[in-house]
Design a binder for this molecule. Structure first.
Ligand code: PLP
Length: 434
């Protein structure tokens, strides 16, 4: 594969002696990651004014910078200030504007953590942070609080403790490896983590969240995918935020992953000035599925400190969903979610399609604005469910039946539970009753 002119230029500016083929070595990109404003200026061929440089420097002092030469090479030099790649990679002084409602850990990942490195939020799955290293420091990182924090690189003992927690918690059937970027670990180390997890009977599936196909596609080597293949069922989610990030190099990385039988998903973050546009999103999801990547989530930007300039109103996300649903293939459409501040998890939000309802009819509207009705059955004998599956007419395979009690809204809907409302602890009206 040929390098672009820009890539050759950047390579030569970094190293005049090494062979160009080094460009394809992901470790070369990590060694030569751009970590200060001066190097950026030199490689980019610009000089910021002293005032601007000072403002950038102040930002970098709080939130460090790291850009791979590869990702830098995608920036359009003619209009870089509006460039989606530049905006995701280069510090903006606005990051220092902290709003009253910003939090360092809005998702309470640290508080919902039974052991260091594990966030156990949902009943059957956990997040395991296995690396604190990233190919690039995304300016919109939700874990900005930890970026560049070398002291908290999880060591083998810490990861072992996380794995031990998973081993001792039979309800966990799905483990998400994240970080940092798990693919910044050495192959054999990652192989060890995956083997340990796979050896646990109740772990049915492992997922890896990685941005390397976007910012460091050369990390996806033949050796890496050969190792990953041993650990099926393994799912990977990546994070393309703009169609421009899907390049020849990233496509090659995706081919290697998909050809090794790994289902690929994508989690996009909705970012003001980067992708808050229905046309950009439509082009992004189409390019993704062409490359066998299924759009999984579209995230509303979190309330982490330093992200205020990236946030859009929720209405922008709804508008984008409105422009996708019905207009394009169902599997091109991600679920738009708001990750609840305080640790409530991801909450899906959608345009409203259910307009009204009576006892025997629902009124719906479609993506074109056509209003239609659905006639409901005149009689329906609901199966009364007391969770005593032995007496039920439905052919539930008892061998696989899971008789956990219902939680949350599911509990309000169930026949066998007398709960009629869910009340937050600390509710003042209830406190008065005592
Ligand atoms: C996102 C997330 C998950 C996985 O959620 P899915 O909806 O299953 O993809 C699990 N744990 C935590 C803490 C998360 O943030």
């Amino acid at each position: 594969m040929e390098l672009t002119l820009r890539q050759k230029e950047i390579f030569r500016a970094i190293s005049s002696v090494e062979p160009l083929s080094q460009w394809y070595d992901w470790k070369w990109h990590m060694r030569n990651s751009i970590k200060d404003i001066e190097t950026f200026e030199k490689l980019f061929g610009i000089r910021f004014s002293n005032k601007k440089r000072e403002a950038f420097q102040k930002t970098v002092d709080k939130f460090p910078i790291a850009i791979t030469p590869y990702y830098l090479s995608l920036i359009n030099t003619d209009d870089f200030e509006n460039d989606p790649v530049f905006m995701q990679a280069f510090p903006a002084p606005l990051e220092l504007d902290v709003m009253d409602w910003d939090m360092s850990d809005p998702l309470h990942e640290d508080r919902d953590s039974p052991v260091a490195g594990v966030t156990h939020r949902y009943p059957d799955r956990v997040l395991l942070l296995v690396s604190n290293i990233c190919g690039m420091y995304c300016r919109h990182c939700t874990r900005k609080r930890r970026v560049g924090d070398v002291d908290s690189i999880p060591g083998r003992t810490e990861i072992m403790a996380g794995i031990e927690y998973i081993r001792n918690t039979p309800k966990i059937r799905d483990v998400l490896l994240s970080g940092g970027d798990p693919f910044l670990l050495a192959d054999d180390y990652l192989d060890w983590i995956l083997s340990e997890l796979q050896a646990i009977d109740h772990v049915e599936v492992i997922r890896i969240g990685t941005r390397t196909p976007v910012v460091l596609p050369y990390r996806i080597t033949g050796e890496l995918v050969n190792m990953l293949k041993k650990h099926h069922p393994l799912w990977i989610n990546t994070q393309f935020n703009h169609p421009r990030e899907i390049t020849r190099s990233s496509r090659e990385a995706l081919v290697k992953l998909a050809d090794s039988g790994i289902p690929l998903g994508n989690q996009t973050v909705l970012l003001a000035g980067v992708n808050d546009c229905p046309r950009i999103m439509r082009s992004l999801v189409h390019k993704l599925v062409k490359n066998r990547v299924r759009p999984y989530y579209l995230y509303q930007c979190d309330l982490s400190e330093g992200l205020s300039h990236f946030r859009t109103p929720v209405g922008k996300g709804i508008e984008i969903m409105e422009s996708l649903i019905g207009h394009t293939s169902g599997f091109c459409i991600p679920t738009y979610v708001i990750d609840a501040p305080g640790g409530g998890g991801k909450i899906p939000v959608m345009p409203n399609y259910l307009i009204s309802w009576s006892t025997n009819k629902v009124v719906l509207r479609n993506y074109e604005g056509v209003i239609t009705t659905y006639q409901e059955p005149h009689s329906y004998n609901p199966q009364f469910c007391n969770r005593n599956c032995d007496t039920c007419d439905l052919q539930l395979e008892l061998g696989d039946a899971d008789d956990n009690r219902a939680v949350g809204i599911e509990r309000l809907l169930s026949d066998y539970d007398q709960t009629i409302s869910l009340v937050p602890s600390g509710n003042e009206r209830y406190a008065r009753r005592d």
